[in-house]
Design a protein around this ligand. Sequence first.
Ligand code: UDP
Length: 253
Amino acid sequence: MARRNKIYEGKAKILYEGPEPGTIVQYFKDDATAFNAVKKDVIEGKGVLNNRLSEFFMTGLNGIGVPTHFLKRLNMREQLVRACEIVPLEVIVRNYAAGSMSKRLGIEEGTMLPRPIVEYCYKDDALGDPLVSEEHIAAFGWASQQEMEDILSLALRVNDYMSGLMYGVGIRLVDFKIEIGRVFDGDFQRLIVADEISPDSCRLWDIESGKKMDKDVFRHDLGDLADAYTEVATRLGVMPKNGNLGDKPTLVN
Ligand code: UDP
């Protein structure tokens, strides 16, 4: 069998060259990391769940006209995506105060924000992905002014879609992170949502009980991470109610 060309291996995913030019195979690992990879573990089944959940969110976004990199799922752990040039920013949207924002500004976790707030971090693990302003982004040329307008509008559309979807199944979308890619169509360049959207990159709290159903469960040892993600998938109808998560999780088509 021919060996595939590995393009990149990150903390939770591996990227391989795709079968056609302009495509990439995105493989979801079971590895969980937090605090810039200081805390690490392998959570059996996490990759399968995130592959499926990211497919679900990205397909939904494509369906309402928010362009994403997602093309199709290939198998339990892999999906085919469009190759793109990643803008070196983590785009964070917050609806409620939590995590680094609560610490930075002294706002109690769970406080509703007056409106969604979009923040940008410069993607650099060695620096711990520092928060940057639009001034930094413009001055260092990480994205153009027009791209920043498009990124803001994409981020807010993703927020509206994801908040509504989650609200419908009793989950509060507290905040999330997305990454944006540039694709080139002939003479034109446009932006798409790339990377992944999964409970690894969102804060999801049960509306009734406040129970955390995202990577904070792993970050703060609050229980079984795969169980939490399975519950998100079950509520969204991505996984049947009796779906068990072992070597071969049962997932709805
Ligand atoms: N986030 C992420 N990757 C990162 C940093 C943050 O997916 O490298 C997500 C995180 O899961 C949360 C949101 O972005 O949903 C805001 O994270 P925050 O800035 O509060 O950082 P944290 O407290 O998680 O370090």
